[in-house]
Design a protein around this ligand. Structure first.
Ligand code: GAL
Length: 337
């Protein structure tokens, strides 16, 4: 009788312990590698991604490589060793970072290229926007206002496939105007690190050497547009004199649009992107297939299953219905009211 009682008590304790250990189950760890934390957008994306992942029962391990691809490759190793089941990588160098995929696959970790493609590797997924369309939207907008004239192309960092995609979208959209000699490309350069300072230096060289003020600057990123607009102010170039594009709907760019210094920007909902990354990372960690990866993008080695979100044009008339309506910036941040 006494023995039965002891046995039952032991069994009861074991069941309680099992239940407790189930409750304490480790959260699935997902690594996120950012290229830097300087851009407005990355700070927001870090928060969006971590929040959504937490809602889904995961835990985000986040690192930022401060513009150094070698650092990023080491950070990937660290996250794999810390138990990350999936890596989400916003890469710094489209060529060197194939190493991350090799290291990850050795340990059975899957990799999502986030926003930027990684070339020549057996990448698992690519999640981004339609970057060629970004370039096309810029050209469609400015050619309606200035169908003729001298255009300058300020492209992004050539170690980022997005810079190449955007440029391709621009050139494709310009083809007929170029062959009809309505538009002439006066200058065309890739800007290291997508940096505003580097864009400014390149544009200053162009202005000083050519003595020409272009009709349009097809700048691929707001940070570069802001650098060049500040230079134009020093050269006494008036708002609207040179049409200026951009991308990312950064706060400074939205303010410049209101003041007439910048013509348009491309808004990409980074909240949608970061949420989607968290959602598919969790599915991948459960070995689920990602049915919504309906596109394919060639990375030099394989056709990578891809999800490509839609970019949108923003100008002075649509700031309220896009960027502000989405809560990306508030009205008072942009208009100072
Ligand atoms: C690119 C991206 C742009 C911009 C840029 C600089 O990869 O497509 O939208 O964010 O990086 O951060």
């Amino acid at each position: 009788m006494r023995n039965t009682f002891i046995n039952r008590s032991i069994l009861f304790c074991i069941i309680i312990l099992l239940l407790l250990s189930c409750g304490k189950q480790d959260k699935v760890k997902i690594g996120f590698l950012f290229p830097n934390m300087v851009s407005d957008r990355y700070q927001k994306e870090k928060v969006y991604f971590s929040q959504r992942l937490q809602e889904l029962g995961g835990e985000a391990l986040v690192k930022d490589a401060n513009y150094d691809d070698k650092v990023q490759i080491n950070q990937a190793k660290e996250l794999i060793n810390s138990g990350a089941k999936v890596l989400v990588v916003n890469c710094l160098n489209l060529n060197t970072e194939a190493a991350i995929i090799r290291d990850a696959h050795d340990k059975n970790v899957k990799v999502i290229a986030y926003d930027r493609l990684i070339r020549n590797c057996d990448l698992d997924y690519y999640l981004s926007f339609d970057n060629e369309k970004v370039g096309k939207l810029m050209v469609d907008y400015v050619t309606k206002i200035r169908p003729n004239g001298n255009y300058v192309l300020l492209c992004g960092d050539k170690g980022d496939q997005n810079a190449v995609f955007v440029k391709k979208g621009q050139l494709d959209a310009l083809t007929s105007s170029l062959s009809a000699k309505k538009i002439n490309i006066s200058y065309n350069v890739f800007v290291e690190d997508w940096s505003g300072d580097n864009a400014r230096i390149a544009m200053k060289k162009f202005l000083d050497l050519s003595g020409e003020i272009p009709d349009v600057v097809l700048s691929s990123y707001d940070g570069m547009s802001t650098g060049v607009i500040n230079l134009f102010k020093e050269y006494n170039i008036q708002p609207g004199q040179v049409l200026m594009t951009g991308q990312d709907a950064e706060l400074a760019a939205c303010r410049n649009i209101v003041q007439g210094y910048q013509t348009m920007t491309i808004y990409k909902s980074v909240k949608t992107l970061a949420y989607k990354a968290a959602e598919i990372a969790i599915k991948i960690s459960n070995n689920e297939k990602i049915a919504e990866a309906t596109s394919k993008v060639w990375n030099g080695q394989i056709d990578v299953p891809a999800i490509l979100l839609e970019p949108a044009t923003v100008d002075i008339n649509s700031l309220k219905t896009t960027v502000i309506a989405d809560g990306f910036h508030t009205e008072s941040e942009i208009y100072g009211k």
